[in-house]
Design a protein around this ligand. Sequence first.
Ligand code: SAH
Length: 220
Amino acid sequence: MVDYDQAGRFEYARETMIRQHLEARGITDPEVLEAMRAIRREEFVTGKYLSEAYADRPLPIGLGQTISQPYIVALMTQELRLKPDGEALELGTGCGYQTAILARLCRRVYTIERLGQLSESAQAILGRLGIENVEYFVGDGSKGWPEKKEFDRIMITAAVPQVPQPIAEQLKEDGLLVAPVGGDFAQDLIRYRKCEGRLQPSMICGCRFVKLIGEHGFDE
Ligand code: SAH
């Protein structure tokens, strides 16, 4: 929770972030920029890092995990080309910041987090912000959404050695998937489109994410 004085400072920092780190670096989709304006990153950052809420870098959220860098959140969201009446699957709820951005840009978000404590805290924050179009699941996201379901948009917010097979299967034909793919230290951010059952990659940029740990991800 943030008091009134802080709120003004955060608003200024948020606008500066939008101009310097997003618009100046090629985030042009007005819907994405609107979502980045509307979701207050300070709500997702813990006390010690509050003053850095709008620094363009990942910040620790506890349990060895991080909240992603704002530019990367905006870039991945822009690359996913969400549809207002569509659904999206997210792997790696973390603190829920990216989830909140997705929830603003499509009808329903399904999000999976391996660590129950992080999912609970994300649910509490999104609940407080009045974001209700999200389904949460605690478990190994590399195995896909637990019920048989297909998605036309999927975002993986933790590093994977390759797109987990169950996730590739849950992507609809002509659907888009954005993921950091590579080693456990550095990855390529890649957007895939499913064409005739196969994933066609396009490279976006280099990146660094924490690992997706699971049956079709990395070992712990
Ligand atoms: N989306 C977040 C960043 C998440 S960091 C943001 O908005 O900032 C990556 C998250 O993936 C961590 O919370 C980690 O616990 C989670 N994770 C790791 N392996 C996972 C798995 N197999 N299934 C689901 N979540 C996983």
